[in-house]
Write a protein that binds this ligand. Structure first.
Ligand SMILES: *Cc1c(COP(=O)(O)O)cnc(C)c1O
Length: 226
């Protein structure tokens, strides 16, 4: 498994679309991440707070850490000093907590609203209307230590490419609408659409993704038994 080569190959497909790659290193040991780092890569994604904290402590401090998984309010404090982007904000209450912890560290934490675009109801996320409610709320204006920089979504796990495309395209439409409507707010600055994983990132970039989250196509299959 040549990780540096895999990253390069994926990047060459993203470049024409100006999308960026988040290398999803969850379950992979720090030594593997270090190897990718040594080849020049700096942007990594993790889905568990504790795992991300441990890796942040072990690895060089100029790594850009993306939290891509579900985040519980009581865990925000562990990552508030260093996280680069939180992809999975799905509650206003969580934004309030992120704001509070960011303020303690005198920084602004960038966040994405996670939108439920898949057919399955097992995945987290806001409906488009719930996301609109957050963006339009008076309370949002008081959160000076967060910035909403876009949206994140996961398509249905299916062979049906047309369905995946429809779901991504729906997220892009919502992004465009919200950007027009809300970017005038000081803590809303829509720029990023986080969509696309190993199996569907090529469709995602065609539909306007700016950030793809790719794990197994870079690092190989994950072993959850360990
Ligand atoms: C694990 C994970 C990915 C990467 O999945 P792959 O199929 O291995 O590329 C992307 N996004 C989220 C939210 C994940 O949890």
């Amino acid at each position: 498994m040549n990780i540096a080569q895999n990253i390069e190959d994926i990047n060459s497909k993203l470049t024409p679309f100006q999308a960026k790659l988040v290398a999803v290193s969850k379950t992979k040991p720090a030594e593997i991440i270090q190897k990718a780092y040594d080849s020049g890569w700096r942007r990594f994604g993790e889905n568990k707070v504790q795992e991300m904290v441990e890796k942040h402590e072990m690895l060089p401090k100029d790594i850009e850490w993306h939290l891509i998984g579900h985040l519980q309010s009581n865990k925000v404090k562990y990552i508030a000093s260093f996280v680069h982007l939180i992809h999975g904000v799905d509650k206003f209450k969580l934004l309030q907590e992120i704001n509070k912890r960011a303020k303690n560290h005198d920084r602004i934490i960038n966040c994405l609203l996670q939108i439920h675009i898949a057919e399955e109801d097992t995945k987290f996320g806001l409906s488009f209307d719930e996301a609109r409610q957050i963006l339009a709320s008076e309370e949002l204006k008081s959160l000076e230590n967060i910035c909403l920089v876009g949206v994140m979504g996961m398509a249905t796990y299916t062979e049906d490419q047309a369905q995946i495309r429809r779901e991504f395209s729906g997220l892009k439409s919502f992004f465009d609408e919200a950007k027009t409507e809300y970017n005038a707010l000081t803590n809303v600055d829509f720029q990023e659409i986080s969509m696309g994983m190993s199996g569907d990132y090529e469709i995602a970039i065609e539909e306007g993704s700016t950030l793809v989250r790719v794990g197994s196509a870079i690092f190989g299959a994950r072993n959850y038994q360990k």
